[in-house]
Design a protein around this ligand. Structure first.
Ligand SMILES: Nc1ncnc2c1ncn2[C@@H]1O[C@H](COP(=O)(O)OP(=O)(O)OP(=O)(O)O)[C@@H](O)[C@H]1O
Ligand SMILES: [Mg+2]
Length: 369
């Protein structure tokens, strides 16, 4: 059993105590919360962990809806219906549909593997009706229901006026508490921070940061020891320097280091395992880099080498890295940020994917010159 996993596990979950406490307090006080952070820091896992704890407490019921693949209201409603049916009517799907979607026109088909599949005949007029119907079902549960919409920024792209529809449907509810989550970007921020938008100031906000280094250090050490392995202090420091305590990357690397050794791990061994792992990613990253136009390629290499760049259009940065004109750099920034290859942090621009950054630093050090 590898205690360092990239799938959520309640047993092998590191910290987030302050965040869980805050979210629990919001639930108790019936406040909706928006959770955001850069990608891969642990929003989804945090919600799973909160739900695990709430379900264990037996005072609440929890429903998790992932909106990642949704493109319209109908998809959201379908996802929500399926989650409700799965939770409350696992034994009899058809009975469940009758009870949850009473009065709503539906078709049930049987898929190839024999499982029933729901399709809803949604028209413009009954979309809102169906949504209200589902929420009413949750509103009438005896226990308080916590409903999470992960990747909530997707609703911005729906063709319907989804924000307004959802806000209106959510507002009158008193038995359902909402969690909205997504990665930090202008779509999500505009939604909750712009005074003209329906969700403006409607929620508490939790910005998820990195796990504290001291805590991650302890987590790694104790999890090695728990399974009768050892890791030297320098090795943990080497790993956390490499991953910058970024959750996903730390989990991936500790997972590798853990399973590839069965004795005491030294910093030298950790470095070797990390190098080998980076080698396995080399072809993909090389392809990604090769696909970029020349000005974007040069810029991302320069940013990787600088770690963080607060003023990429400054003469100093442009001269140092022999970049083309200001306008070409500005254009490259825009394009790379849109593709989420570049990330705009409060301190400046960085390469979004840490492994990609390490790849560039290794193979394109000093701007490839
Ligand atoms: N507290 C934690 N302890 C251990 N592993 C964690 C923890 N939080 C997250 N992880 C792991 O880190 C990775 C990233 O977490 P998660 O998918 O929750 O991030 P996210 O912020 O939702 O990312 P995205 O924005 O891409 O959806 C996952 O592999 C997850 O299992
Ligand atoms: Mg997520």
């Amino acid at each position: 059993m590898n205690p360092f996993t990239v799938r959520y596990s309640s047993e092998h979950f590191c910290d987030r105590e302050a965040e869980i406490k805050k979210l629990k307090a919001n639930v108790t006080n019936e406040l909706n919360t928006l959770i955001h952070s850069p990608r891969r820091l642990g929003k989804t896992a945090l919600i799973y962990h909160l739900f695990h704890k709430l379900e264990r407490g037996k005072k609440h019921e929890t429903i998790f809806v992932d909106l990642f693949a949704t493109t319209k209201m109908e998809d959201l409603i379908k996802e929500l219906s399926e989650k409700i049916l799965e939770k409350y009517h696992k034994k009899s799907f058809i009975e469940g549909v009758k009870s949850v979607l009473k009065g709503i026109s539906t078709t049930i088909s049987i898929s190839q593997d024999g499982t029933p599949e729901l399709s809803l005949q949604l028209t413009e007029t009954n979309t809102v009706k169906t949504l209200n119907h589902l929420l009413k079902y949750l509103e009438n549960r005896k226990k308080k229901v916590i409903l999470a919409f992960d990747e909530f920024q997707e609703v911005v792209n729906y063709p319907e006026k989804a924000e307004a529809i959802l806000r209106t449907a959510i507002q009158p509810l008193s038995n359902v508490i909402f969690l909205f989550s997504g990665s930090t970007n202008h779509l999500l921020q505009d939604m909750f921070l712009s005074p003209k938008r329906p969700f403006y100031q409607s929620t508490e906000v939790l910005v998820l940061g990195k796990i504290e280094r001291k805590i991650y250090f302890h987590f790694i050490k104790t999890n090695f020891e728990k399974y009768s392995k050892n890791i030297e202090t320098d090795a943990i420091d080497y790993i956390l320097d490499f991953t910058e305590c970024y959750t996903y990357y730390t989990q991936v690397i500790t997972n590798q280091v853990y399973y590839q050794t069965n004795k005491t791990i030294t910093a030298g061994e950790a470095r070797q395992i990390i190098n080998e792992y980076l080698e396995t990613k080399k072809t993909d990253y090389q392809n990604l880099l090769n696909l970029l136009p020349e000005n974007q390629k040069k810029l991302i290499i320069s940013v990787a080498n600088e770690e963080v760049v607060s003023k990429p259009t400054s003469m100093e940065f442009i001269m140092k890295h022999k970049l083309p004109s200001i306008s070409s750099v500005a254009q490259a920034i825009k394009a790379l940020a849109k593709k989420e290859i570049l990330y705009k942090s409060p301190n400046g621009y960085t390469v979004y994917d840490l492994f990609f950054k390490r790849f560039l630093q290794r193979y394109y050090a000093n701007n490839g010159r």
